[in-house]
Design a protein around this ligand. Structure first.
Ligand code: G6P
Ligand code: MG
Length: 220
């Protein structure tokens, strides 16, 4: 995709706009300890972008415990994690927008780009509100309505639809491997936050580097 083709940006939230990926990880780490699955950096990375119940499934599987809990017990564990996560989220303020991202949102708004949110999190609207940035976006894809989560393209396809744009003119921003796959499969330009995201069309080491000028420079 050429820089000039881009008309809108679809954003993942946790780890791209909000400094909340660490809060998900903190709460899941406690769940992992509780079910006696080892918490490793690899597991933490693999959980990014994955829905709540699928994340729990991966944590149980990591310790070989996938058959040790009933469906009701799994729902209880996931609910417990979410309660802990929401307690941590209460401390988020507008200062917890990741470095450079508020400036980037302002730049996009001033330049007339459309924006939408493509997060697997059911808590995304609450976090946007807490960070006081809800009004930048045309809308937020409701993850409860998805048939399949990331890496399926559905969420990023819907995020283009929210902006009334074709995927061919949309760039998606993601910090997870599953999310980059979803953007690519949707036929959008993938912008990865994190140098490990080898499948991304464009990569930045961290959010502080994200700007229209730098995206243009990387697209060449
Ligand atoms: C995002 C995060 C994941 C989280 C998922 C579901 O994709 O990267 O870590 O598990 O959302 O979030 P929720 O707030 O609905 O449990
Ligand atoms: Mg993320």
């Amino acid at each position: 995709m050429k820089f000039e083709d881009i008309k809108g940006f679809a954003f993942d939230l946790d780890g791209v706009i909000a400094d909340s990926a660490r809060l998900h990880a903190k709460a899941w780490h406690q769940t992992a300890d509780e079910v006696h699955s080892e918490w490793t950096p690899e597991l933490a990375e693999a959980l990014k972008g994955v829905s709540r119940m699928d994340s729990l499934g991966m944590i149980l599987k990591a310790g070989g415990h996938e058959n040790d809990y009933t469906e009701d017990e799994k729902v209880a564990l996931a609910t417990e994690k979410n309660t802990k996560y929401l307690k941590l989220v209460e401390s988020l303020t507008p200062d917890d927008v990741l470095p450079g991202m508020k400036a980037f949102l302002d730049e996009l708004k001033a330049s007339g780009y459309k924006m939408s949110v493509a997060s697997a999190s059911k808590n995304a609207p609450a976090i946007l509100k807490q960070l006081k940035i809800t009004d930048y976006f045309e809308g937020v894809v409701d993850p409860a309505k998805l048939h399949a989560g990331k890496p399926d393209p559905e969420i990023f396809s819907l995020a283009a639809g929210v902006m009334d744009l074709a995927p061919e003119v949309v760039a998606g921003l993601e910090d997870s491997g599953a999310g980059i796959k979803s953007i690519n499969a949707a036929g959008e330009l993938s912008i990865g936050i994190g140098n490990q995201l080898m499948e991304a069309d464009v990569r930045f080491a961290d959010t502080s580097e994200v700007s229209l000028k730098n995206i243009k420079a990387k697209l060449g």
